[in-house]
Design a binder for this molecule. Sequence first.
Ligand SMILES: [Zn+2]
Ligand SMILES: [Zn+2]
Length: 379
Amino acid sequence: MANRDYYQILGVTSDVTEQDLKKAWQKKARELHPDRNQDPAAADKMKEVNEAYQVLSDRKKRAEYDYQLQHGGTAGGSPDFGSMRDVFNDHLGNIFGDLFGGGRTSRSGSHSQRGSDLKYNLSLNLEDAVFGSSTTIKIPGLGRCQICNGLGTRKGTTTTTCPTCEGAGQVYLQHGPFSIQQTCPDCQGQGRTIPYPCPSCFGQGQVRETRTLSVRIPAGVDDGDRIRVTGEGEAGVRGGQAGDLYVQIQLKPHELFKRKGRDLYCEVPIFYSTAVLGGSVKVPTLGGEVNIKVPRGTQSGTILRIPSKGIPGTRGSRAGDLFCALVVETSVHLSSHQEELLLSYENSLNLASSKYYPRYHSWFEKMHRFFTRQSSESS
Ligand SMILES: [Zn+2]
Ligand SMILES: [Zn+2]
């Protein structure tokens, strides 16, 4: 139990939808059905598959399982029973199967249960991540029943000692030579039962609800950061403490900037005339527009560094830089008159001289040498 991956058993990924999960389970169940599958191991596999589906098809158990999976813990049940189950798996799997279907029993005897932790993926734009923001998020989940205040009992009634286990939370079964301790099926190990359940939550102490929560995002968060909001997870059962909410930050791609650590990168298109003559262009920064100087004779692809205009520094770290790649944009849709002007301008440059286009000339010479070598080798 402890180290088995339920998702793997059902052949699905951990983001599987409830519908696809059911399909995967039905498919496995058909494959492993004793009428079709003669493999002696099929029955055990079927047990595994059912166990996995039982947990993953229950939203609450699945959330709990996911959480424990992420935190390296065991998945539901108590570790002691997990190891026992492995020993007796062959003969007694069915009995223990019931045991594990009975919900979380790791703290048998304790009356209340802490609510599950929840994870919420929050997409943020760069500015909100850098400067901090407030946002409202809607969280579907289980909340404390307001009618019974989470106790599960009808108004004016109380819980009573479980008659099946007489409050012990455990029952004993005789199975061949073994006496097996099992969590009481009537009270799920709680030792107490609810004779008059709350009509609103049917004794669960929890109801399905969508909560709206205001969350403050601190300045300086980055992609993958997690913010813990204490007590905003699912409500506890029977007066138990609420779980925590983890808000996972995902940065949306930005229209203008790419981010690398604290530095920002952006591409700035410039006119041919600006590149030739030099001038000034406006570039964006997180703090607003700034003017930068484009040197005379700037080549396309030149990168200019603007110090301290990247991500602002927080808690002692220095601010990042902004890198602007200047890209000369070729003009399009010229009229015939404009084409003439361009050609007459181009013709005015003496192309035999390396003065106007030094890069073209040096490249042309390299190409010429390359072909001269080739023809002398082949002859
Ligand atoms: Zn209730
Ligand atoms: Zn009981």
